[in-house]
Each structure stands twice: as C-alpha cells, then as structure tokens.
Design a protein around this ligand. Structure first.
Ligand code: CA
Length: 649
C-alpha cells in the first residue's frame, strides 16, 4: 500500500471530529469506502464505492420503534472509530482458519426528543456489515421495532439474481414460506417479484461491468426476526419484516429485544469480480458462538432412502438396505425420514438403530417441527414444538445413541420461529444431537453461533427433481447459481449427487436426469454442507461406474479453503476447495454449448492431477492430467456436464 493511501485510511477511520456531519469508513486496503450522513430531512443514509466506482447508491438507514422514531429529523452527533482484528477456527464452513480485519465506526444519531441510536459499521476489504444498537435510555429497558427504514439502492445499470418470497400458508400442507422458490437471473431491478412480497436473502446484484454486490444478514437469533428484501420501490430494495400471515397468523411481525441491545448485522459483499462473493466469510466474521459444547460432533456423509424410494421405504427391511449401503460406501450416517414412528415404531427403531451401530453406521432421525403452523401429518409430529415433550424425546434419542435430527416444515421468519430454531438447537446440544433443518429459513451465521448446527435446506433441493421433470430440466441452471448466492452465505443441505438416471426406485421410470454423472460428482464439491446426505440407492453399487463410487466415498464434506476460479451465475461455475493438502476443482456447465475454460490453477502448478470428465458419450472418465509449471490448463465443459480435478495423493 502506498503511504498516502495508508494515511488516508488512518485519518478517515480514526480522526473525524465528533461533530462531523459526514463519516467515511474505509476498508483496511482502502479500496472499499462507505460514506454515512443525513439528508436535509435528517434521514440517515449510506453509499459505498469500490476502487472509485459507485457500487451502492444512497441507501436509507433508521428504525421506528415503540420508544421513538429513529428514522428522521436525526443529527449525526458523534462517531468513534476502532480497528477490529480477529482470527477464528471453524470446522463446517467454506474455510477453517479465518482472519477478519475491519475498520469499525460507531455513528451516533440523535433525534428531536434527544434519544440516541448507534449505527455500527464494520468495513473489511470486500465486506460491509452494519447493525443498529439502542441504549437503555429514558427509563426504557425494552423496545419493539415497528419497522426498519434500512434499504439497498444500486446504480441504474444493475441487474438482479433474486429468489422471491412466497405467499404464507401455501404449498404442501400449507408449509410455506420455506425458501424453496425459483431464482430469476440477470433481471432488471424494476421487474416485480413473483408473489409481490419481495425476495428472500441472500440477493446478488450485478453492477453492470463494474462488479457485484451480495446482500444478506447474519447474527439472527431468538432476539429478532428474519428479514427479507421488499419490492423495489423509489429506487430502493427496502428491508422487510415477516408477513403477518406466516405461522398461521400467530406471533408478532415486529421484533422486540431488551435494552441495551442491537439488531442483526446486514452485510454487503462487494467486488469487481465474483471472487469476493464466493470467498467471503462475513456471515461468520461478525458473530460469536452462543454456547459451547463438550461433544465432538463428527461431520460426514450419509445415505437416505426417502429421496429415491420415498415414503414406502420407511420400513425396517428397506432401512437395513440403506444402512448396508452406507457401510459399503464408507459413509458415517443413515438418515431415516418421515413416518418412522408409525411405520417402524419406537420399539423396532431401537433394534434398527442397534443394527446400524453394529455396522459402524450412525443415525439421524426426521421430525416435523410442528405444531400449529401447518397441516403436516407425517410423523413424528408435535414433538419439537413444545419444550416438555421435546426434552423427553431428546432423552430417548440420546439413550439410543442417535447422533442427530432433521427437523422439517417451519412456519416462517417471525421472531417466534427464530426462538424455536434456537430452542431446538440448544436443547439438542444438551442431548449430544446435531441438527439439520429442512423446509426452513436461511441460516444466518448459525454454523458459528450454534456448535451442533450442521445443515439447512432453504433451497429448491433434490427432492424437486423427483417430483417434477421441470426441476431436472433446470437443475444445471440452479446449480451454477448456488456457489455465488445461496451457498456462499450458509451451508446448504441439497441431498443430491444422484447416480440413477431415472429418478425412481427401479431406476427405470419417473423423471429423467439430464446432467452427466460427472456433473453430479462436481456438485458434491460445489455444494457445501458439513453433513452430505447423497441421493444414492442400493442399485448404484452394481450399476454405477466404480470411479464415481470411489469419488463419492473419498470426497470430503468439510473444507479448509475455497477459491473462485471462473463462472457466471446461471451459466457455468468453477470453484476450488481444499481439504487438508488436497484440492478439488469442480466445474459445471448449464448452457447448451461447450464452455472452453482457460484455467489458472496455481494449486496444481507442475503437478499431475486426477481429471474426472465427460467422454464423447457423456460417460464418466478418469484420466491423469499434467498441469503446466505456470498452473495454466485448458478444459472443456460439455453442456449439462462437468469436471473435477483432484490432487493426486
Ligand atoms: Ca423441502
């Protein structure tokens, strides 16, 4: 860094006079810059520039609460800068050893009644995180936030990569919203959303040729609701609270917390390329573990009969087949899905769990979350929504040595539901249980906040490919979005890597998978979740090429590092992940033409690697590939095909 830019960064971060009306916060490398001020009406706003280019236009800040209005007639009455520098370890996100360095600026705004609100900004090299903090003031020890003025505005050339929020209480057994809607890629900002309720986090914005911005929130726990982006209006995507109809209309829309207290962090990841979007760790950088654990939870792979064999397979004999499949593949887990309570029964489940354990396979069991907020009848129901019954159930699970639960069908994003997620996680940890959520909200920093949280769906997952050919037809399109959007900010339990071509029990009917086997292997690397339940079936042991089975047996589910290599969301994606000394470089193509890649792979420079690719007939092949000393190599991705390069051991 040049001396002049260093001096500028130090001056702006630490030396603004307390009464200044404009605050500028720069990133440690000075490329990202955030300016915060009020307009003539005393409404606070921020803008963000990267490398001299405007990436975020004037975007509103502020809260309206039952204690006072912190959104207009405000004065910026103080600001205080400091440096944040921390390192931490994580075992279940995209990276394991993480350093976070940011300039923090606390901007204090005072309203006409003399009440104060802090807006805390943290600016690291490619990320902005901000939240609101309210003091214990005027005799008030609690606050209800009626609405936020927070918004996100982008330059006019911006296009969007967003997924809509659904109506509440629609879909299967009235279980929505559940973050299972389709993305629209490269849409104009003015396009209305499908349901008229805006969009769920995260949202990706392409600022024309200038770069990219990924917007989400993190640190949401029992002390706030989950928020989303509202409909685009007056040049702004406003932050929106849950809809009143969520949770069958029960529970408040407006979040409340004790004072002093603060809101979750809203984050913007900003870069000229997609590299910072893929590699960001901001959802975990600004949160801390909420409790500790004595349990050494083991991440790993599993089988689950439900995905291909569906409800009919939840019987003792079929579950034995999937336990044996897990053993044959060297997987740690079997996931036994809905109806086990009735179709197998608690007594025989105890035998089945013992059988699994005798084979070296541990068990995850499915539960419904509800409850009064949907019409789910698949059992077990009404065991996770009430702490008395939940504890009794978890004691039984613990006594049987069950390792985890998959809890499905939550009712929305109200604070009430965030409390339920947290209570399930916290009590599960007391009973040595890991937790996977399905039919659920986006996890917001939860891998770090809750040490037994190991996965969430919150995506149109593999099951939809069984239900409807349309989802097979758009599988590749969706798969090239997730590394840049949904899966960049949180783990994603997709339940994929099919080896069946036909998605039914006999591999002879049902929907038709269009993507290649190598594409399926590549998604095992592209999709990051610390527990991966793969969509294999017992027939795959005899009808699938051995190179594919070996790959799935070997592929890690936890990673030490991620690198963006190439791609464009909706078209193709190439991502590298490292586990220990091994690199995996995975690529997929969603277009109907070959993508000719010119890859720069310094991690493989001068070495020989295993190269998994599609042959002319789209059959899987494994070859050795020598990478030049400069790390450069050419590869071709076939339409709806893929590739994986793996370090040779
Ligand atoms: Ca689902």
């Amino acid at each position: 860094m040049k001396f002049s830019s260093l001096l500028f960064a130090v001056l702006t971060a630490f030396s603004i006079p307390a009464a200044a009306q404009v605050v500028v916060v720069n990133s440690p490398d000075s490329l990202l810059s955030v300016t915060i001020q009020c307009n003539e009406a005393g409404e606070p706003y921020y803008v963000a520039d990267y490398n001299g280019k405007r990436m975020v236009e004037a975007s509103p800040l502020g809260l309206r609460t039952n204690n006072g209005d912190y959104s207009q007639s405000l004065k910026l009455t103080g600001n205080k800068g400091s440096q944040i520098s921390k390192s931490y370890q994580q075992d279940r996100i995209k990276a394991s050893n993480i350093s976070y360095n940011a300039n923090e600026q606390v901007c204090t705004f005072t309203n006409n009644d003399g009440l104060t609100m802090d807006v805390i900004f943290r600016v690291s090299n490619n990320d902005i995180a901000f939240c609101y903090a309210l003091p214990h003031e005027n005799g008030r020890s609690s606050v209800t936030v009626l609405d936020e003025k927070t918004g996100f505005a982008f330059p006019q050339q911006t296009t969007t990569f967003l997924t809509p929020q659904s109506d509440a209480m629609i879909g299967w057994k009235r279980t929505k919203p559940s973050y299972e809607e389709e993305y629209v890629a490269d849409a104009p900002m003015t396009a209305p959303s499908k349901y008229g309720h805006g969009y769920t986090f995260p949202g990706l914005f392409r600022i024309g040729d200038d770069g990219w911005v990924l917007v989400t929130e993190t640190g949401v726990d029992s002390r706030y609701c989950g928020s989303r982006l509202g409909e685009y209006e007056n040049g702004v995507f406003p932050l929106a609270f849950p809809m009143a109809e969520e949770n069958n209309g029960n529970g408040s829309v407006a979040p409340a917390f004790a004072l002093p207290g603060k809101t979750p962090w809203r984050t913007l990841t900003i870069g000229e390329t997609l590299q910072p979007i893929v590699e960001t760790t901001i959802p975990w950088d600004v949160v801390e573990p909420l409790y500790t654990t004595d349990n050494n939870y083991q991440m790993g792979k599993g089988t689950w009969s439900w995905i291909l064999w569906q409800d009919d397979s939840i019987n003792y004999e079929d579950q034995v087949k999937y336990i044996d499949l897990a053993k044959a593949m060297g997987f740690k887990y079997v996931l036994i899905d809905n109806w086990w309570d009735e179709n197998i029964g608690y007594e025989r489940m105890e035998q089945l769990i013992k059988y699994a354990q005798s084979q070296g396979v541990d068990v995850f069991l499915w539960y419904s979350s509800s409850g009064y907020w949907n019409d789910i009848v698949q059992g077990p129901t009404n065991k996770m929504d009430n702490s008395i019954i939940r504890k009794r159930e978890m004691k039984w699970l613990q006594s049987q040595g069950v390792k985890g639960i998959k809890v499905d069908f939550f009712g929305g994003d109200k604070q009430e539901t965030m409390r339920l997620y947290e209570d399930i996680l916290n009590e599960a940890n007391d009973h040595d249980l890991m937790v996977i959520f399905h039919g659920c909200t986006l996890p917001r920093g939860w891998e770090r906040m809750y040490p037994n949280f190991v996965g969430s769906e919150a995506v149109l997952a593999s099951e939809n490919m069984i239900f409807d050919q349309h989802h097979c037809d758009v599988e590749a399109f969706n798969a090239t979005l997730h590394p840049f959007i949904r899966n960049s900010v949180a783990c994603m339990e997709y339940g994929g890597s099919f080896m069946n071509k036909r998605l039914n029990r006999g591999n002879d009917g049902g929907t038709h998978r269009r993507t290649s086997d190598i594409f399926q292997l590549a998604t095992a690397v592209l999709y990051q979740n610390p527990v991966q339940n793969f969509a294999l079936a017992p027939n795959n042991l005899t009808d699938t090429p051995q190179i594919c089975l070996d790959f799935l047996s070997d592929v890690p589910t936890t990673w030490d590092e991620v690198r963006y290599i190439d791609g464009y969301p909706g078209k193709y994606a190439v991502i590298a992940r490292r586990s220990g000394n091994e690199w995996y470089v995975a690529g997929i193509n969603a277009t109907d033409k070959e993508v000719k890649l010119k890859l720069d792979l310094p991690m493989f420079a001068g070495s020989e690697v295993k190269c998994y690719s599609d042959d002319k007939a789209m059959q899987p092949q494994l070859k050795q590939l020598k990478i030049k000393a400069n790390g450069k190599t050419d590869m071709v991705l076939k339409p709806e095909g893929g590739m994986v390069l793996v370090s040779s051991k």
